[in-house]
Write a protein that binds this ligand. Structure first.
Ligand code: C2O
Ligand code: CU
Ligand code: CU
Length: 443
């Protein structure tokens, strides 16, 4: 499939212009609906936003309100979550407790605060019990906040490509089958690995030039250990926005829900280089363990040449969070009988599991006593990972907690009172109970 032949320049996506829909100050119409179209080159019945997989790219700038007229044309209830955004969890904003019945409409109004970091976020359904199947069938889209990071000259010059990593399984009848209970317990992975719904697309790069890749793991359960042949990754942002300085890496593990922004330099002889996912063992409950294989996801293809642009060293300062006022422990465990627990409890929407004070800073220990890795995610407020007792200068909203390991994070609750959730971002696990409620209360 020749994606790059149309010659989009500058800020474009490898799937073409239709992917982008700027908010343009007005309302965005978004409809979740069943659709028929091509995924991985096959005719497939899937679920998409506005009939697309991935959905339209939404863009916002700090200080603006995202107004989304959302319609549910699915045969079941759904809602929207704005993953990674530091926005209100209440009312018609980033509220995971809303439920929009089939055939109904809701106007989402999400004010994006002044000072919201620029970054790569995403939106997806958040209906407890059916989130994994809705996402697995194709419901997800990218939400970009533009700001300071995008204004750094070397970053601004780099043509930008969005890569949405999503696995599918597609039956002979062109339908996406339901997951079995064993697949759900493991976290279902599909064997067709797509980027923007395409099999092995080519990402263009000019010799000597830089490209910026915004990479989103929108898979419901699959991990990607990303590497580009002969091209080191210059990370400029993690989940929640810019790093203080470029971080060089040969490979990077992207758990479900995580994002990275990377710069890649066209510093090799012109040709085609593979973008691969290396094998990663995330553990299993003993049955239906996914195969450990290396997969080619895409190619980096040299086209033309450009003036050499250096990779910038300094990006944007990240202030470490101050000392915590409170400590808490979250124990993740799996039990037979298909239940996935946090502190021994399975999710219940009406119970408040964790209450924190507005304006406080806390340190959380997340202890994984299970047999699988669990990527722990918190809504609304990003966090800093504690490394050797000091906060990492990076904003994340998901931290992978390997089986048997403990990870510590520091998290602040500066604004936004209300009720929200934290959970495992293997969405099958979330649906099977590995989620808790978090209430942020004024002191
Ligand atoms: Cu992307 Cu509550 O999740
Ligand atoms: Cu989220
Ligand atoms: Cu999990």
């Amino acid at each position: 499939m020749q994606l790059t032949r149309r010659g989009f320049l500058g800020r474009c996506a490898i799937a073409g212009a239709s992917l982008r829909q700027a908010a343009a100050g007005g309302e965005i119409a978004l409809e979740a609906r069943p659709a028929t179209g091509r995924i991985a080159g096959l005719g497939v019945e899937f679920w998409g936003y506005n009939g697309q997989m991935p959905g339209p790219v939404l863009e916002a700038v700090p200080g603006e309100t995202l107004a989304i007229r959302f319609r549910n044309a699915l045969p079941e209830a759904t809602n929207l979550h704005f993953h990674g955004m530091h926005v209100s969890p209440s009312g018609n904003a980033d509220n995971p407790f809303l439920e929009i019945p089939p055939g109904e409409e809701l106007l989402y109004e999400v004010p994006v605060p002044e000072g919201h970091p620029a970054g790569t976020f995403w939106y997806h359904p958040h209906m407890h019990g059916t989130t994994a199947r809705q996402v697995f069938r194709g419901l997800s889209g990218v939400l970009i906040v533009r700001g300071e990071l995008d204004a750094i000259p070397e970053v601004a010059q780099a043509p930008e490509h969005i890569l949405v990593l999503k696995d599918f399984s597609i039956g002979r009848d062109g339908r996406i089958p339901e997951a079995t209970m064993a697949e759900r317990m493991q976290g279902r992975e599909g064997s067709l690995l797509t980027i923007n719904g395409l099999l092995r697309p080519a990402v263009p790069i000019a010799q000597n030039g830089l490209v910026r890749l915004r990479i989103v793991n929108a898979s419901s359960s699959r991990y990607y250990r990303l590497k580009i042949d002969e091209h080191p990754l210059a990370l400029i942002a993690l989940d929640g926005g810019a790093l203080p300085a470029v971080r060089w890496a040969d490979e990077w593990l992207l758990a479900p829900g995580q994002r990275i922004d990377v710069l890649v330099a066209g510093a090799r002889p012109p040709g085609e280089y593979r973008i691969v996912s290396l094998p990663y063992n995330r553990g299993s409950m003993g049955m239906g363990a996914p195969a450990l294989a290396e997969n080619t996801l895409a190619t980096l293809r040299y086209e033309g040449s450009a003036q050499a642009v250096p990779v910038p060293d300094q990006l944007l300062p990240v202030e470490p969070l101050p000392e915590a006022n409170a400590q808490r422990t979250f124990v993740l465990s799996e039990s037979m009988m298909a239940s996935f627990l946090i502190n021994g409890r399975s999710f219940s929407m009406d119970r408040t599991d964790t209450q924190v004070l507005l304006g406080s800073v806390e340190e959380w220990s997340i202890e994984n006593r299970g047999t699988m890795d669990h990527p722990f995610h918190v809504h609304v407020n990003p966090f800093q990972q504690m490394l050797d007792g000091a906060p990492e200068r990076a904003w994340r909203d998901i931290i992978n907690v390997p089986r048997g390991a403990t990870r510590r994070i520091r998290i602040a609750f500066p604004d936004f009172p209300g009720r929200t959730v934290y959970h495992c971002h293997i969405l099958d696990h979330e649906d099977l109970g590995m989620m808790g409620t978090l209430e942020i209360v004024p002191g």
